[in-house]
Design a protein around this ligand. Structure first.
Ligand code: FAD
Ligand code: DHB
Length: 396
């Protein structure tokens, strides 16, 4: 089999890239190692930036998002016994975010792709990428029990942090930057109405807590826990009690924690990682294959979308003009946005979590920073601009 762009991974970045390429008249094949149900049900991110929503709409994947997605115009910060709202449109000249789960984005993109009859193979596991420094790279994969090959003009690794694409770049041709954090998140999904109509990010002496949502009747809630925590050690009751204690809901009479059935429970470690450059020969890296952020800034999915938007434009430019100039610039263009998001995610994480080694001095610095956001328009605008995401024209 031959295609113009061989895409490894059918997560949000691979699926969106395939969709954007198809709209530009460029053929691609997506190889995804898991089955469709697994990919559609993997619980992950929940917040879409304005620019991500705009691109999903332009790609024809905005219909259900516009019906079921929940636009949010701010977040609540809770710290030092009080609550403070950060108003996004007011601070950013009209930008907002949407609560629409990654599972739903993935379902919408898969349905569109299959309706179009576009090539998307599930249970197709890539085990080797060869010849990326030639003009005819080859992807080797297993599908339906047989070894297969896909020859391509270009290969895009959209295969996440544990994929194979990043390892196909020789050590001498890449540089990695990494940081791990001394805490993880315990995340639950619960059949319970949201604590409040907006997300609450809570700093507390007991550790960070985040109250998010998936719908009017489903909550998504997170607690900072020590690394290595076994979710089985956290009974539902213990989780609700801890959320109660950390969210300290008396800051606002409208905040209410209704306990419901917990339908999913998992622990996620926190890491920052960047691999540079995001291109080697005819192999491009996009999304989590190239970079990871800790989830506190809600950036992971949005960064993945941003990469493939840049890449799809570059492939369209090549097709229309014969110029590979934008492909040459892909890595540098993306890395500007990536490093901004890395910094913001690090800032949100280290400002809101309690490091087990943290001194009282450092706690006071965190509280002072949060107080600054609550009292300075500049500081609040800095948070709001980063949270809602850089517009493409400014950063790309
Ligand atoms: P992925 O979603 O990882 O998709 C990669 C795909 O490649 C997968 O479907 C995988 O099966 C496939 N693949 C891997 N190897 C191969 C192979 N050899 N052959 C074929 N296919 C392969 N972000 C937030 O903003 N907020 C959150 O709350 C949040 N929670 C998260 C929780 C977890 C557990 C994780 C892992 C991430 C979370 N993220 C969150 C980050 C966000 O979900 C990711 O940034 C986003 O999924 C990146 O999309 P992607 O398509 O680049 O990678
Ligand atoms: C969600 C996840 C995040 O990491 C975040 O910062 C906000 C919301 C969520 O899953 O809803």
């Amino acid at each position: 089999m031959h295609t113009t762009v061989g895409i490894i991974g059918g997560g949000p970045s691979g699926l969106l890239l395939a969709r954007l390429l198809r709209r530009a008249g460029i053929d691609s094949v997506v190889l995804e190692r898991r089955d469709r149900a697994y990919v559609e049900q993997r619980q992950r991110a929940g917040i879409l930036e304005q620019a991500t929503v705009d691109v999903l709409r332009a790609a024809g994947a905005g219909e259900r998002l516009d019906r079921e997605g929940m636009p949010h115009d701010g977040i609540e910060l809770r710290f030092g016994g009080r609550g403070h709202r950060v108003d996004f449109p007011e601070l950013t000249g009209g930008r907002r975010v949407w609560v629409y789960a990654q599972t739903e984005v993935v379902k919408d993109l898969i349905a569109l792709h299959l309706d179009d009859g576009a090539p998307l193979l599930f249970e197709a596991e890539v085990h080797a990428i060869e010849g990326v420094d030639t003009d005819r790279p080859v992807i080797r994969y297993t599908h339906e029990g047989r070894e297969q090959t896909l020859t391509c003009d270009y290969v895009v690794g959209c295969d996440g942090f544990h994929g194979v694409a990043r390892n196909a770049v020789p050590e001498s041709a890449k540089r990695t930057y990494e940081r791990t954090y001394p805490y993880s998140w315990l995340g639950i999904l619960a059949d319970a109405p949201p604590v409040f109509e907006e997300l609450i990010y809570a700093h507390s002496e007991r550790g960070f807590a985040l109250a998010s949502m998936r719908s009017e009747s489903v909550s998504r809630l997170y607690l900072q826990v020590p690394n290595g925590t076994d979710p089985a050690d956290w009974s539902d009751e213990r989780i609700w009690d801890e959320l109660d204690a950390r969210l300290a809901l008396d800051a606002n009479p409208a905040w209410r924690l209704k306990r419901g059935t917990v339908t999913a429970k998992s622990v996620l470690p926190m890491r920052s990682h960047v691999t540079e450059p995001m291109r080697y020969g005819r192999l491009f890296l996009a999304g989590d294959a190239a970079h990871i952020v800790p989830p506190t800034g809600a950036k992971g999915l949005n960064l993945a979308a941003a990469d493939v938007i840049v890449l799809a434009r570059a492939f369209a430019h090549l097709k229309d003009t014969g110029s590979a100039e934008l492909l040459e610039e892909y890595s540098a263009t993306c890395l500007r946005r990536v490093w901004r998001a890395e910094h913001f995610s690090y800032f949100m994480t280290t400002t809101l979590h309690t490091d087990p080694e943290q001194s009282p001095f450092e706690t006071q610095l965190q509280l002072s920073q949060l107080d600054r956001i609550a009292t300075s328009r500049h500081a609040a605008a800095e948070l709001a601009e980063n949270y809602t995401g850089l517009p493409f024209d400014a950063a790309l």
